[in-house]
Design a protein around this ligand. Structure first.
Ligand code: NAD
Length: 450
């Protein structure tokens, strides 16, 4: 069956693709299985060389890949360029990391004990539509570096950059069958990867709801899983913060990628004594966010991914709206930057909106801030704004979340671990930690007696 890939800024069809079914998924798994023995036998340094060539090709095709991503996801071209730059950096990082992950020798009675890091086999990688190329690279880099072969399933809405990346991987010299891309529905292709007896692990990024099903499905074959799921992160602003700086940054912590960001700090918690002043500054900063044509270098926020998603986002805005920004009218799935005053019990503060809508919530003191920030089933990201260093560290230790920044919106860096607490998932991507998720420890006892 064929389906149209849409440009969300114009509602025009970019291309029509065939949707794969169970047979095509099984064929891709079989190709990956056949390629596995030879790929795991390639020395780590040589796998690193191939990944470095892929990184260089991504750099050489930087603008082309950024335009594919911008057109297919509706993300501003400047942001898309940054993301493609990160993709190249991720492949460079794992090219350099793979031969630096060593085993151990452990002294034991009667002999010596050795540990090895072995690849898992065929891994299924399932990614969402919001950062298609970036998140693919976070999984592909460590998976390929460790000697696994891969079946990658991009989201149906945004498959184009992954298909181009697979072509570049072949051009880089990564052997056929090592990296396979299957385009199709999550309920068909994704589910088949979860169920397939020859798939050893699922690296999944997506919603908590689908992730829960992936974990259940993986139980049947005791597959390994890494789950990077939803978030409802807090941006905690204390009265002793540099309020101008915090307010200037806050819109980009939630409206970046039109709010379709698992790390969106969509709950802005503000100390009551600074609430009115901060709200004023935040409205001014939000008014300045440039919404429009993603192909324009000046644009900071594009459209949402689809009409259906726009309806979901709109359904959250029923409280006290503090500010609604401007957005284009006519074709495209546009939605304005929106600030709503809320309590932490309101639906807008409980559920992931995944759109440019932020909830402002006052708090009384440090203990109240920590209580509210942790009062969520999620635990992915967050920020703390204060000029009191001791408080920053105290609150950072108290927050139940995997990734935090102090006086910054930053969430992801190539060399540092990324992942969630609680229902935001488990396992870590990026940095050296990701290599643990794509390899398994083997322990060998070697007798020195006789
Ligand atoms: P989604 O869960 O609907 O889909 C994610 C992927 O899973 C898609 O490729 C989809 O086709 C596939 N899928 C759907 N049903 C499946 C099934 N039954 N079995 C296997 N795969 C299936 O999520 P989405 O709407 O594409 O993305 C948005 C969500 O992703 C948000 O919740 C967001 O927070 C989350 N996200 C998390 C991170 C992170 O790193 N924690 C990063 C980006 C996005």
């Amino acid at each position: 069956m064929s389906f149209a890939v849409i440009n969300p800024a114009t509602e025009e069809t970019i291309v029509t693709l065939d949707s794969a079914g169970i047979d095509e998924t099984d064929a891709a798994v079989a190709r990956a299985k056949a390629a596995y023995p030879a790929w795991r036998a390639v020395s780590p340094a040589d796998r690193g060389r191939l990944l470095r060539r892929l990184a260089t090709l991504v750099e050489e095709h930087h603008e082309e890949l950024a335009r594919i991503e911008s057109q297919n996801v509706g993300k501003p071209i400047v942001g898309a360029r940054g993301e493609v730059g990160m993709v190249a950096d991720v492949f460079h990082f794992y090219a350099g990391a793979v031969d630096k992950k060593h085993g151990e020798t452990i002294p034991v009675a009667g002999g010596i004990d050795l540990t090895f890091r072995e690849p898992l086999g065929v891994v299924g990688l399932i990614v969402p539509w919001n950062f298609p190329l970036n998140i693919s690279s976070w999984k592909l880099g460590p998976a390929l570096a460790c000697g696994n072969t891969v079946v990658l399933k991009p989201a149906e809405l945004t498959p184009l950059s992954a298909l181009r990346l697979a072509e570049l991987a072949l051009e880089a010299g990564i052997p056929e069958g090592v990296l396979n891309v299957v385009v199709g529905k999550g309920s068909v292709v994704g589910q088949r990867l979860v169920d397939h007896p020859d798939v050893a692990k699922i690296g999944f990024t997506g919603s908590t709801e689908v992730g829960r099903g992936v974990m259940q499905g993986a139980a049947a074959t005791i597959k390994r899983v890494t789950l990077e799921l939803g978030g409802k992160s807090a941006n905690v602003v204390f009265a002793d913060a540099d309020l101008e700086r915090a307010a200037a940054a806050a819109p980009y912590a939630v409206f970046d990628n039109a709010g379709q960001d698992c790390c969106a700090r969509s709950r802005i918690l503000v100390e009551r004594s600074a609430y009115d002043r901060f709200a004023e500054l935040l409205v001014d900063a939000t008014r300045n966010v440039k919404v429009g044509d993603p192909a324009d270098d000046a644009t900071e926020m594009g459209p949402l991914i689809s009409a259906a998603h726009r309806e979901t986002v709109a359904s959250f805005v029923d409280g006290k709206t503090l500010f609604t920004g401007a957005a284009p009218t006519g074709k495209g799935y546009w939605y304005p930057c929106t600030l709503v005053e809320a309590t932490n019990d309101d639906r807008i503060a409980r559920d992931e909106v995944f759109g440019p809508v932020a909830a402002l919530i006052p708090f009384d003191d440090e203990a109240d801030a920590v209580r509210i920030a942790n009062d969520t089933p999620y635990g992915l990201s967050g920020s703390i704004w204060t000029q009191n260093g001791a408080r920053a560290l105290r609150v950072a230790r108290a927050l139940e979340t995997g990734v935090l920044s102090v006086n910054s919106n930053s969430s992801v860096r190539v060399s540092t671990p990324f992942g969630g607490f609680k229902q935001s998932g488990f396992g870590r991507e990026l940095g050296m930690h990701a290599l643990d998720g794509y390899s398994e420890v083997k322990n060998v006892y070697y007798s020195t007696e006789g």
